[in-house]
Unconditional design. Structure first.
Length: 415
């Protein structure tokens, strides 16, 4: 039996069926095998029946040329009979005999793709050692640490300084990172960030804060940079804005344009001052506008500042627009109502809103205790808000309070 037959018999032990029809002129013709007969009588499935038919059709010429070597047949003398399906079967098999004539004994060997090892083969110890098996990844995990050694993307992100422990606590971020391919998804975007001026040592912190930029379309990212350039932002300004507000490039061009228009309209700024404002505090473009609207309303209505005063304070101290309402009202109440400082002096030094309330309170009470709490610039011993808030304790005590640091510390203990 040929190599092909051996393979077929090894795979399908029941494949020993033949169908032949002898014509009156002694010509051998291969009759198509009815799949339902093979399935019902010999337990073959549809794939096995189909392969049997193909083998017979491929060797039709070989069967015809070898007809002279076969013994003459008779319908009832040599044990053959036609079945209802048109197949000529050996009646010896029906009576329990096991041998059937095989017409494919001379079929040429056809190489089949066979796995090097079968799951039923017994392997020697040397063969078993030659089989390489990759360690399997855990199907579920609460940490990305289990996947770092198996993922090129995670390995290189760690080398860049990305804090995976922070990312894995954020919804859907861990699954997103595991689906990324470094060369296809990450590499091009890292080069893009470097091209627009993000420093190498900031890339890890940038991706830790905004990993979603790795899924942004490159065409959209380029379009947003082109928009900022069209608004006359310099390369240094764009680099500072992107580094300071990592989500800036996730905003569409339309959204960025609406944000710039909002600040220009609400603060009555020209184009240049609007650029300077958002360059100094790029979070104004990416954060919520609700705190900004609330602070503008508080400054106008509750604190009583005029529009030009609000404009000056916002340009000088952009953080004023994002400060909490409680902090603004508390500081202003103490400065204006307790210390007696008018609006125009507060406007002249808006950095006072960045100071801590207790720092201002302690120093004012110490000056008041010494009789030097004078905030009117037209009077002697005038103390400006700049010196009251910005100077270190040593300088404040010696130059302004005309005392010592020990005196100030002793006074603080009495409060």
């Amino acid at each position: 039996m040929s190599s092909l037959c051996h393979r077929i018999c090894y795979r399908w032990s029941s494949l020993r069926i033949i169908g032949l029809v002898w014509s009156s002129k002694q010509e051998i013709k291969v009759v198509p095998v009815a799949s339902y007969s093979l399935q019902s009588r010999f337990g073959l499935n549809a794939c096995q029946c189909l392969l049997t038919q193909k083998l017979w059709m491929l060797k039709r010429s070989d069967l015809s040329s070898s007809a002279s070597s076969l013994p003459p047949s008779k319908e009832d003398g040599n044990g053959y009979r036609f079945t209802e399906s048109g197949i000529l079967l050996n009646t010896d098999h029906i009576h329990g005999k096991t041998e059937l004539p095989c017409v494919v004994k001379d079929v040429q060997s056809v190489e089949l793709d066979v796995p090097p090892y079968s799951p039923f083969d017994e392997l020697s110890e040397e063969e078993a050692l030659q089989i390489e098996a990759s360690p399997s990844l855990p199907p579920t995990s609460f940490t990305l640490r289990d996947y770092v050694d198996q993922s090129e993307t995670l390995t290189k992100l760690v080398l860049l300084g990305v804090d995976l422990s922070k990312l894995e606590r954020r919804p859907n971020v861990a699954n997103m990172l595991l689906r990324l391919d470094f060369n296809r998804d990450v590499k091009e975007r890292l080069l893009f960030l470097k091209d627009i001026g993000v420093d190498d040592h900031l890339l890890g912190a940038f991706l830790t804060r905004n990993p979603f930029i790795l899924t942004e379309d490159m065409e959209n990212l380029q379009m947003r940079i082109q928009y900022l350039q069209s608004k006359k932002f310099s390369k240094e300004a764009i680099s500072r804005m992107v580094s300071g507000a990592p989500y800036l490039l996730n905003f569409s061009v339309e959204r960025l344009d609406n944000r710039l228009a909002f600040y220009q309209r609400e603060l009555r700024l020209n184009v240049q001052k609007t650029r300077n404002l958002v360059t100094r505090l790029p979070k104004l473009l990416t954060g919520s506008l609700e705190p900004v609207k609330e602070n503008l309303k508080v400054c106008r209505i509750e604190l009583g500042f005029r529009d030009n005063e609000i404009q000056h304070m916002a340009i000088s101290v952009p953080k004023l627009l994002l400060a909490s309402k409680k902090k603004l009202t508390r500081l202003f109440d103490y400065l204006h109502n307790t210390m007696g400082i008018p609006h125009h002096l507060i406007t002249k030094f808006p950095q006072v809103f960045n100071a801590k309330f207790l720092r201002i309170k302690d120093r004012h009470l110490f000056l008041e205790h010494l009789g030097r709490a004078q905030y009117d610039p037209t009077q002697p011993n005038y103390v400006s808000l700049d010196k009251l808030v910005a100077t270190p304790d040593e300088v404040f005590c010696v130059e302004i309070a005309k005392g010592t640091l020990l005196d100030f510390e002793a006074f603080q203990k009495t409060l």
